[in-house]
Design a protein around this ligand. Structure first.
Ligand SMILES: [Ca+2]
Ligand SMILES: [Ca+2]
Length: 304
């Protein structure tokens, strides 16, 4: 499946222009909430913008929260979350036209929550470098940056609930989406998610975590598009230690042997044996399984 990002991006940009005509507030409309230092506006309080916002200055959240109730445009400027939280309840468009000075969205141990879609185009950088860096996108994620992100996406978690589209704005570099080191993408939308890489040999996820079955929860344009894949645990039944579909004295015997260290592995996985859900596998679980097999109980506490 091949999706043309060029067409989609151009379409969105036309939309931006349309929205702009309806009125965007800018940082200078909220100057009182910022202090000005070294070419940046430093946020000094939590702020909710009940409108569209265009960030037309470099801003630093400085540990505070900036909430935008509608759309956010970041064009050729920088946002440093600096341990703060940026929430966009509409769509987020990030773009830059200056190859020497790309627009930088620096997560910097902060949180970015986008309720709509998030589009990163042209000379724009999304920088995630710390384990606490967190970006969550509820609608679709479009990555069409012309800047190589190999050294910009190195840690943290990018959680995507909609579709994913990667394309290159310029054909001379088709590897701009290439997270590395500890960077993780989680695809955890409730519906089937479409994952599109137009240059799958040159770009890919680093660690990719799925929360639905690979075959039925996702439509990938190509596979594999990851360095490491984490799939959801297969389903299991509490008490069925050998995984044969029934809970009986065989399972009880296995549990006894496990607790007595005669065996050091439970065939269907240790998660089948913690029947009271306290994180330990011990004589309490044995007693529960014994009662279940003797029909004294019909359910395990961990299931209740
Ligand atoms: Ca069994
Ligand atoms: Ca237990």
């Amino acid at each position: 499946m091949v999706v043309s990002i060029f067409i989609f991006s151009a379409f969105s940009l036309l939309n931006i222009t349309g929205v702009l005509a309806e009125g965007y507030l800018s940082v200078s409309d909220f100057e009182d909430y910022f202090s000005y230092e070294d070419g940046s506006y430093i946020l000094m309080d939590n702020i909710v913008v009940d409108s569209n916002l265009e960030v037309n200055q470099n801003i630093v959240l400085n540990g505070y929260n900036l909430t935008v109730e509608k759309n956010l445009i970041l064009n050729n400027q920088n946002i440093d979350l600096d341990s703060g939280t940026l929430t966009v309840n509409g769509d987020f468009y990030q773009s830059g036209y200056d190859s020497d000075n790309p627009s930088l969205l620096y997560i910097n141990e902060g949180n970015l929550i986008v309720e709509g879609s998030f589009e990163i185009i042209d000379y724009s950088i999304l920088s995630m470098n710390y384990i606490d860096d967190f970006v969550q996108v509820h609608d679709d994620f479009y990555f069409v940056s012309s800047v190589s992100h190999k050294d910009y996406l190195t840690d943290g978690t990018l959680e995507l609930k909609g579709d994913f589209y990667y394309d290159s704005f310029y054909l001379f570099d088709t590897s701009t989406f290439l997270p590395s080191d500890s960077h993780k993408v989680i695809l955890n939308g409730e519906d089937v998610q479409n994952i599109n890489f137009n240059y799958p040999d040159e770009s890919s996820f680093n660690i990719l975590e799925l929360t639905k079955p690979l075959e039925t929860g996702y439509v990938f344009s190509h596979t594999p598009v990851w360095n490491e894949l984490i799939e959801p645990n297969a389903s299991f039944t509490l008490g069925d230690l050998d995984g044969n579909g029934t809970i009986d004295s065989t399972d009880l015997a296995l549990l006894k042997r496990y607790i007595l260290n005669v065996i050091d592995e439970i065939p269907a996985g240790s998660e089948t044996a913690d029947l009271n859900g306290d994180g330990e596998i011990d004589s309490t679980d044995y007693t529960l399984l014994q009662r279940f097999v003797l029909d004294m109980i019909t359910e395990f506490p961990a299931n209740q």
